[in-house]
Design a protein around this ligand. Structure first.
Ligand SMILES: C[S@@+](CC[C@H](N)C(=O)[O-])C[C@H]1O[C@@H](n2cnc3c(N)ncnc32)[C@H](O)[C@@H]1O
Length: 187
């Protein structure tokens, strides 16, 4: 069966991440992606994870602690637009994941925004290693979601072909705005 964008995002991460790699979860939420990344990089690697909501940090810390994955994880209670301030330009980032939208079963007013998402992607592009990937899973059914989707689509389309491969993946016959996945791979 065809995979959902969420499952496909995990496959794209699993294909390239090795023990010892440094990676980013730009939208921690309940920590499901952070936990996957922490397992893949192992104790010799590092996951940098960001969220603006304290509830997300608490949920992620609990999830990681239960699975003994805290050692390789650094959680930032701050927006991903600060990546350029806390991850040095020399840090080789192998992969990053964004789940854009709001945290399910939480405050639907707290959503990711085009400007801050773009700042984070730009900072990550500067740190991405060759063959590294940035994955964006865009939920856009909520108010403001379409503007963010337009920004991501334009950003991805305008990346030069000589430096990046860019993929989009979406179901085109489903109701209720299924998320669209974008994967940027540095050549
Ligand atoms: C769709 S949820 C992420 C779900 C998460 N991947 C999971 O596994 O549970 C989007 C998250 O982005 C967070 N967010 C909103 N603005 C942000 C920003 N500027 N920087 C980082 N996270 C942000 C929200 O608080 C929310 O938790």
């Amino acid at each position: 069966m065809l995979q959902t964008s969420l499952h496909f995002s995990h496959r794209l991460l699993e294909e390239i991440i090795q023990p010892g790699d440094q990676v980013v979860d730009a939208t921690m939420g309940n920590g499901h992606d952070t936990a996957l990344l922490a397992k893949l990089v192992g104790i010799t690697g590092k996951v940098y994870a960001f969220d603006v909501q304290k509830a997300a940090i608490d949920a992620t810390r609990k999830c990681l602690s239960e699975q003994k994955l805290m050692e390789q994880s650094t959680l930032f209670h701050q927006g991903h637009e600060t990546i350029k301030d806390v991850i040095t330009i020399e840090t080789p980032i192998k992969a990053a994941i964004f789940n854009l939208g709001y945290l399910p079963k939480s405050d639907k007013e707290i959503i990711t925004q085009p400007d801050t998402t773009k700042a984070a992607v730009d900072a990550l592009l500067d740190r991405l290693v060759s063959k590294g990937r940035i994955i964006l899973v865009v939920y856009y059914g909520h108010e403001g979601g379409k503007e963010e989707l337009s920004m991501v689509e334009a950003l991805c389309r305008n990346l030069p072909q000589q430096n990046y491969n860019v993929l989009s993946y979406q179901f085109i016959n489903q109701m209720n705005h299924p998320p669209i996945l974008y994967c940027i791979e540095k050549k």
